[in-house]
Write a protein that binds this ligand. Structure first.
Ligand SMILES: *Cc1c(COP(=O)(O)O)cnc(C)c1O
Length: 393
């Protein structure tokens, strides 16, 4: 790949591996295995496979490799390993990089499944986890210790949209010799390349903005070659969380249009946030691109955008939130995000249903909170839909 390509060119051409047919669109190699001319060739490949030699789709596949190289090139990372889902990426990175006796510091504002992996799974294997308020650098400083193996956080949290300072947390973690693992799903690589800001390992759920059209699950772990081709690849290839070649092909097509989609979605999100702020039925509107957001300056510095996600709290609590959701005509009630279709979610009763009440309160997941993933519809239609739904609430 040309080293000086800009992101939009990388999204279209990065990682290209053409077969002898010289196809224009990426080939879908829907194959589990690969044939060797001789037994000795098989032996040699099992001993040391070259960068363009494949053995078994659980280890790697040409279509999957195009996806890995394309997204790694975009993020500015040396290597990537594509996974069956975003959670396979989070769990794989954390399990591959920690062992019993290690200490991990994580921001408490996390996706429910990430919390489960950190608290339940790592805990069961003897990894001690300290949770902090990710927006408070003093808490990171106080929590990181000499035996801290890694720190983990979402650069923009789900669903309350807290923004964590990647560069500042990386400085604290690196001073203690800890790795920085960032779940960068909400920020997207369009607005924030976490690796350039100090993250060692960057994780994406490709299910979200990378597919962007609600079709397939996928994920990716990105980072330095030494870590990706070392402990991460070894763990992933033996535990089986590989991305399907078919889904990799879907994700490649998604990457080609991601920059255009995500920018258009973020522009609409900014218009919607401005139109909703101050509405009499709302207690608050949370959008990192609004000057009223507590980390507005950081969001501008780190992403240069407020992103495609916002949240708002109905003053009338859960009953009002449900009435508003039920009145929506364009926006769908669902739980994915980053999709071309706008989607509204009530986190307290769905994605974060199982969290204890006290934890919900600490994370700002109030009964009136609605999360909105802004899609590609006309923003005027979305604003009209949301305003009429708030009237009905
Ligand atoms: C959706 C999501 C995940 C998990 O991704 P899946 O592809 O659904 O497994 C992880 N982190 C964040 C922030 C997410 O939004």
């Amino acid at each position: 790949m040309a080293e000086d390509w800009k992101p939009r060119t990388r999204l279209v051409h990065g990682g290209a591996r053409r077969s002898h047919y010289r196809e224009v669109s990426e080939a879908l190699f829907l194959t589990q295995g690969f044939v060797y001319e001789t037994a000795a060739e098989a032996e040699a490949r099992f001993r040391q496979a070259g960068p363009d030699e494949f053995i078994y789709a659980r280890y790697g596949n040409p279509t999957v490799a195009i996806f890995e190289d394309r997204i790694a090139g975009l993020e500015g990372c040396e290597a990537g390993f594509a996974t069956a889902s975003g959670m396979a990426a989070v769990a794989g990175a954390l399990m591959a990089l920690t062992k019993a006796g290690d200490h991990v510091v994580a921001a408490r504002a996390l996706f429910g499944s990430c919390l489960y992996v950190l608290e339940e799974v790592l805990g069961r294997f003897g990894v001690e986890v300290t949770l902090v308020d990710g927006t408070d650098l003093d808490q990171w400083r106080a929590a990181v210790r000499a035996d801290t193996r890694l720190v983990f956080f979402e650069s923009v949290s789900n669903p309350a949209l807290e923004v964590t300072d990647i560069a500042a947390v990386a400085e604290i973690a690196h001073a203690a010799g800890a790795l920085v693992v960032v779940d960068n799903v909400f920020a997207t690589p369009v607005f924030s390349r976490a690796a350039e800001q100090g993250a060692d390992i960057v994780i994406y759920s490709a299910t979200k903005h990378i597919d962007g059209q609600g079709r397939a699950l996928g994920g990716v772990i990105l980072g330095p070659r030494e870590i990706l081709r070392g402990p991460v690849q070894t763990y992933m290839k033996h535990t089986g969380g590989a991305l399907s070649p078919f889904n990799a092909w879907v994700m490649l097509k998604g990457l080609e249009t991601m920059d255009l989609r995500v920018r258009a979605q973020a522009e609409s999100a900014a218009q919607i946030a401005a139109a909703l702020e101050g509405h009499p039925k709302l207690a608050r509107v949370l959008y990192p691109g609004l000057p009223s957001h507590p980390q507005f300056d950081l969001a501008q510095r780190q992403m240069g955008s407020g992103g495609t996600m916002l949240a708002f709290e109905l003053a009338g609590g859960q009953a009002a939130a449900f009435r508003a959701l039920d009145a929506l005509r364009v926006v769908l009630i669902s739980n994915n995000l980053g999709d071309a279709k706008s989607i509204a979610t009530h986190p307290a009763t769905t994605t974060h249903q199982r969290l204890p009440e006290a934890q919900k309160a600490a994370l700002g997941i109030t009964p009136g909170l609605v999360r909105l993933s802004v899609g590609l519809e006309d923003p005027g239609d979305l604003i009209d839909d949301l305003l009429q739904a708030l009237e009905a609430a």
